[in-house]
Design a protein around this ligand. Structure first.
Ligand code: NQM
Length: 360
């Protein structure tokens, strides 16, 4: 079908909450093959560029302006490919520079709902190939009692007020060392920082080093202009140090401000993603933080011993990450990490983009 025909007839789209984010899930075949055409279309579906995204289905915040593009995988090791696209609310920008572990929680349910993976019993495993930014794999275990995806359940996930069925996500380790600068601590824009990438590039800085307590409300941090300027200077320096280049217009690296735990966990975090402050924390962002916390010598390693289950405190509660490392030091690799999320189908049907060109 031509792009024009597709647009006037509506485009197949399912909306799901995935973890503590929500987004629009598409089959790749329902979108234009050309990335520029696809991105222009998605800007018009979501309502960007506009801070409120009032003329689209985006929610006016990076956490609710997300897209998952799913296709059958050509790789034997996976059932489906998952491409994540961040649609920036207030700018005409769609970026594939990062993946999203929260929307990932909805990919298994979506693949089963669309008939790409057959139900195998009370639990169905969907093998997912993450295609951005570098290829990696994850196994999602989805509850499928009675032959269909179950969204109702008792699992409570911080960052979402209501219980739902769990989706277990297991990430096998990668071959690359997780400290991309080769050092446990770098001095970036005059501030000691640990650069870590265990699936999401994150820069860790101590709260005391940027003049805050570390448990402030996200809104207060967003309103602190001096802090925001400092964090952006650290981030731009980190982009170069981590080999990501000029990250001015990128959504990575993220910045997690770390301090002592307040609620019995391992560490307190406040995370810039990278300009708004996360209401909770990203999934792979939390895995990166957990790795940083585990390794002695980083800015996030606490005085007390840490075991493989790291409890990452964030503004909405605690996120548990089980992480196996090998070895612990500047050459650390992750062998495996697991997290539990939930997801819920919100709508399924057609969306109509506004007409014209998003980029004018
Ligand atoms: O780190 C937000 C989110 C994310 C990304 C962000 C994520 C992850 O909470 O894997 O899930 O850091 O931009 O959805």
């Amino acid at each position: 079908m031509t792009a024009h025909g597709r647009e006037t007839d509506g485009i197949r789209c399912m909306q799901l909450r995935g973890g503590s984010s929500k987004g629009a899930y598409f089959l790749r075949e329902d979108l234009p093959a050309d990335p520029d055409e696809r991105d222009d279309l998605l800007l018009r579906v979501m309502g960007s560029p506009d801070e409120r995204q009032i003329d689209g289905i985006g929610g006016g915040h990076p956490l609710t302006s997300k897209v998952a593009v799913v296709a059958e995988s050509a790789d034997d090791r996976a059932d489906v490919d998952y491409l994540f696209l961040q649609v920036v609310p207030d700018r005409a920008v769609v970026t594939d520079a990062q993946t999203c572990g929260n929307l990932l929680a909805g990919v298994g349910p979506f693949a089963i709902e669309r008939g790409m993976v057959a139900v195998t019993g009370d639990t169905t495993t969907v093998r997912i190939r993450l295609v951005n930014p570098a290829v990696s794999f994850v196994e999602a275990r989805v509850r499928t009692t009675g032959g269909r995806v179950r969204y109702d359940g008792d699992t409570v996930m911080a960052g979402t007020p209501f219980p739902a069925a769990p989706v277990d996500l297991a990430f096998p380790g990668g071959e690359h060392p997780v400290f991309p600068t080769g050092r446990l601590v770098d001095v970036l824009a005059g501030i000691e920082a640990t650069c870590v990438d265990a699936g999401m590039p994150v820069v860790l800085v101590r709260a005391a080093d940027v003049g805050i307590e570390g448990d402030e409300a996200p809104g207060d941090l967003e309103n602190n202009g001096a802090l925001r300027a400092t964090m952006e200077s650290v981030r731009l320096a980190a982009g170069q140090a981590m080999g990501l280049g000029d990250v001015r217009d990128e959504t990575i690296p993220k910045l997690s401000i770390v301090s002592a735990p307040r609620h019995g966990g391992t560490v307190t975090t406040r995370t810039f993603i990278p300009h708004r402050v996360h209401a909770a924390i990203g999934v792979l962002g939390a895995v990166s933080v957990a790795v940083g916390v585990r390794v002695p010598g980083t800015v996030a390693h606490p005085a007390a011993p840490v075991d493989r289950l790291v409890r990452v405190e964030h503004p909405a509660g605690t996120f548990d990450v089980a992480v196996d490392l090998d070895p612990e030091g500047p050459a650390t690799r992750v062998r495996r990490s697991t997290v539990v999320r939930t997801a819920r189908k919100l709508s399924d049907g057609l969306v109509w983009p506004r007409s014209g060109k998003a980029t004018g």
